[in-house]
Design a protein around this ligand. Structure first.
Ligand code: PBG
Length: 331
């Protein structure tokens, strides 16, 4: 490029609103958003989550209406997370295999209310079901066992697919789980059930409010660093993505979001596949805390944040701000 001043003035195209619109490179649409929803027991329940201001847990009987509202806003998919009752949590997370667990009932309720108007993404990992809050089975020392956990995750994924899940999203970071789950889905006739793997998921400090939401924060001893990735690593994220794609992932996810946009861009450039990012609970809560403290206004903060994901190369964004952003975008 040989542009020189003053023949080239980059401010020229920024002079007016119409010109800025004409030259805008990236756009955020409601169809870019996946809305996470927390499910809890009871009837007619809306239970606010103090560390996630503005986000609630919903009982199964009202979750269909949430999904209906999302579909009406043009949001194409919801992601479900259960707050399992304490007496249904166990050492081996067996509740994950119960065809009548909260997750399965919520899937069926959304399908009953919305039909195929919205996709249902379900998280595969044992943390909402274990009494120790880890994502898998542990040995005496508390180490999360890989291969034994994968066996249970396959059962969990089949349970969700049988209930009607559209996208299985393994968030556990066990090695080999995508291929094993894909094989089992094929063998059981779920050939069109997608896998969106949490491929590059980091052991992050930004998950705290989520753990409150699913009720695992108080249970978790230690951390998840023997399976979730080291925040210092980028090359390793590309290896994780390569593995999951070779095992049959339809799309991949990077998580958390904003602090890891370099990973999103690197994955997009290297693999040219659909990449999603999870704008996680701590990131959401930080924006809400900033708004509450008068540091900024919600709308411009949220819209700039979500647009950054598009610029980085995301096909879509999992965000607790999905309904807010979709309402803004719909005027
Ligand atoms: C569970 C899971 C977590 C999140 C999504 N699935 C928490 C964790 O790994 O501890 C975090 C989402 C968020 O913080 O919004 N495997």
């Amino acid at each position: 490029m040989t542009a020189t001043f003053p023949s080239t003035r980059l401010r020229r195209t920024r002079t007016t609103g119409w010109s800025r619109a004409l030259h805008r490179e990236n756009h955020l649409l409601p169809s870019d958003l996946i809305w996470p929803l927390f499910v809890t027991e009871g009837q007619g329940v809306e239970e606010p989550i103090p560390t996630l201001p503005g986000v609630s847990r919903w009982s199964v009987d009202v979750i269909g209406r949430r999904a209906r509202a999302a579909a009406d806003l043009g949001i194409p998919c919801v992601a479900l997370f259960p707050n399992t009752q304490p007496d249904r949590r166990s050492e081996n997370g067996a509740e994950a295999l119960n065809s009548d667990n909260l997750m399965c009932r919520a899937i069926r309720e959304i399908r009953a209310v919305c039909g195929d108007d919205i996709g249902v993404l379900t998280d595969v990992a044992l943390d909402p079901y274990t009494s120790h809050g880890q994502d898998g089975l542990i040995d005496e020392a508390g180490y999360v066992l890989n291969d034994a956990t994968v066996e249970v995750l396959v059962g969990q994924a089949l349970n969700q697919a049988a209930a009607g899940a559209d996208i299985i999203a393994p968030s556990d970071m066990m090695d080999g789980r995508v291929g094993t789950i894909r094989k089992a889905l094929e063998a059981n006739g779920h050939v069109n059930v997608q896998i969106m793997s949490y491929a590059a998921k980091y052991a992050s400090a930004f998950y705290g409010p989520f753990r409150d939401a699913v009720g695992s924060r108080g249970l978790l001893k230690g951390d998840k660093k023997t399976y979730q990735m080291d925040p210092a690593n980028a090359e390793e994220a590309l290896r994780e993505v390569a593995m999951d794609l070779s095992e049959g992932a339809d799309s991949v996810m990077v998580k958390p979001g904003l602090p890891y946009l370099d990973i999103v861009r690197a994955v997009k450039d290297r693999f040219e596949v659909p990449v999603f990012a999870y704008h996680v609970s701590g990131e959401y809560a930080m924006i809400e805390a900033a708004v509450a403290a008068g540091i900024g206004e919600r709308e411009p903060l949220v819209m700039e944040t979500l647009l950054a994901f598009k610029r980085a190369g995301c096909s879509g964004i999992l965000t607790y701000h999905a309904d807010f952003a979709a309402r803004v975008l719909n005027g």
